[in-house]
Design a protein around this ligand. Structure first.
Ligand code: SF4
Length: 153
């Protein structure tokens, strides 16, 4: 059982599955995420897989400030990702709301809705920075999994 758990832990670190959520971005950051999948960066070759369902994902990547319309969806998606999980805030918008800070349609930064593990600054951040942020989140995820395995052993 312990061997099986450590195998899952390694798999999570080496091949994290991501769910991408746009909570109100201008699409600039989303285009950079797509660029990570292009032949130039080819993150799938490094084991990073973009997944369509949050129920199958390990890491949630969020772009944009959290708009009033998206706030509930953000919390719902967070709840749908199995434990342990990690959250990456891509760009300056989820960190501070950036240029949308004064908008009456924005409810606030991402960490006002869900816990955030990694912030990737930039408007938009370059694909290299996004990949580095995802790698950090995968490391956090693996450490979390290892801690829980020790506690439950
Ligand atoms: S950080 Fe910049 S590029 Fe990304 S969603 Fe906000 S305004 Fe758009």
């Amino acid at each position: 059982m312990k061997f099986f758990k450590s195998l899952i832990c390694k798999a999570r670190q080496k091949s994290p599955w991501l769910f991408h959520m746009n909570s109100g971005s201008c699409n600039g950051c989303d285009i950079e995420i797509i660029a990570c999948l292009s032949p130039r960066y080819d993150v799938e070759q490094a084991g990073i897989h973009l997944e369509a369902s949050p129920r199958h994902a390990d890491i949630i990547c969020v772009t944009g400030p959290v708009t009033r319309n998206a706030a509930e969806a953000v919390r719902t998606v967070y709840g749908q990702v199995c434990h342990p999980k990690a959250v990456v805030a891509i760009g300056s918008c989820p960190a501070s709301c950036n240029v949308f800070a004064e908008s009456p349609f924005v409810s606030g930064p991402l960490n006002s809705q869900i816990p955030v593990d990694v912030f990737v600054p930039g408007c938009p951040p370059r694909p290299d920075a996004i990949i580095e942020g995802i790698a950090k989140a995968a490391q956090i995820l693996s450490e979390r999994e290892a801690r829980e395995t020790e506690v439950n052993a």
